[in-house]
Design a binder for this molecule. Structure first.
Ligand SMILES: *Cc1c(COP(=O)(O)O)cnc(C)c1O
Length: 219
């Protein structure tokens, strides 16, 4: 299927309240433009350098999300235009985002990335760390960021029950934190597991290869 057919197919499988972040990493600007022309406005990238190269070549009303591990020394390159940073995985990074956002007199939306996968290859905060950062935010510690939700990745496995359990842990935390201050976004699910994520309460999914096709990291 073409990118356009893939996109329409994915959109038709998402309930109306679920946001789609089209993950365009490794794919060319022309493919992003194709999907944009079908009405998609939210795109996700995982590398700062790639994003900084693509950003000026594409429409200004695209909302860019960073979804991959972000090094603190690179925040300055995206602070002026980034819509949402989904991958806050340390207090140090959150402080840096806050500091850089202040320079542009803006508020950057962020999601706390929580470690829910059994496998220990994935970045993310422990549940207790996430709670403590959120508390600091609610108490007014970070003036130039807005924690709008949580992000998590499940273990890469065929075992649907395990995936469900992991997503459910994040949904539970989402509900808990929302009692203190309402959170908007629960970002869980990728090409292979987004239907399960939605079942478990995700209202934002990050879909790459099911739209753009397989990624070729050799180029
Ligand atoms: C690459 C990536 C995705 C998209 O993965 P697909 O399997 O291609 O849909 C989603 N989330 C994160 C954090 C990623 O790095």
């Amino acid at each position: 299927m073409s990118i356009q057919e893939n996109y329409r197919d994915i959109k038709s499988r998402l309930p109306e309240n679920v946001q789609l972040v089209a993950v365009s990493k490794t794919h060319p600007v022309s493919s992003i433009q194709e999907v944009y022309d079908l009405g998609q406005k939210v795109f996700g990238e995982n590398k700062v350098q790639e994003l900084v190269e693509k950003h000026p070549l594409l429409p200004k009303d695209i909302k860019w999300h960073i979804i991959g591990h972000l090094q603190t020394n690179k925040v300055k390159y995206i602070a002026e235009f980034i819509d949402t940073i989904q991958s806050i995985d340390s207090e140090k990074l959150l402080k840096e985002v806050n500091k850089e956002a202040r320079k542009y007199n803006r508020k950057i939306k962020v999601l706390l990335q929580v470690k829910i996968a059994e496998e220990d290859t994935k970045f993310g905060l422990e549940i207790e760390e996430a709670k403590s950062l959120f508390e600091k935010f609610v108490n007014g510690e970070f003036e130039n960021i807005e924690i709008t939700g949580l992000m998590g990745m499940a273990t890469f496995t065929e075992d649907e029950n395990q995936i469900k359990n992991e997503f459910s842990v994040l949904k539970k935390l989402f509900n808990q934190l929302s009692q203190t201050k309402k959170l908007e976004t629960l970002s869980m699910g990728m090409s292979d597991d987004f239907p399960i994520a939605i079942e478990c309460g995700a209202n934002s999914v990050r879909v790459g290869s099911a739209i753009f096709g397989r990624r070729d990291y050799s180029i």
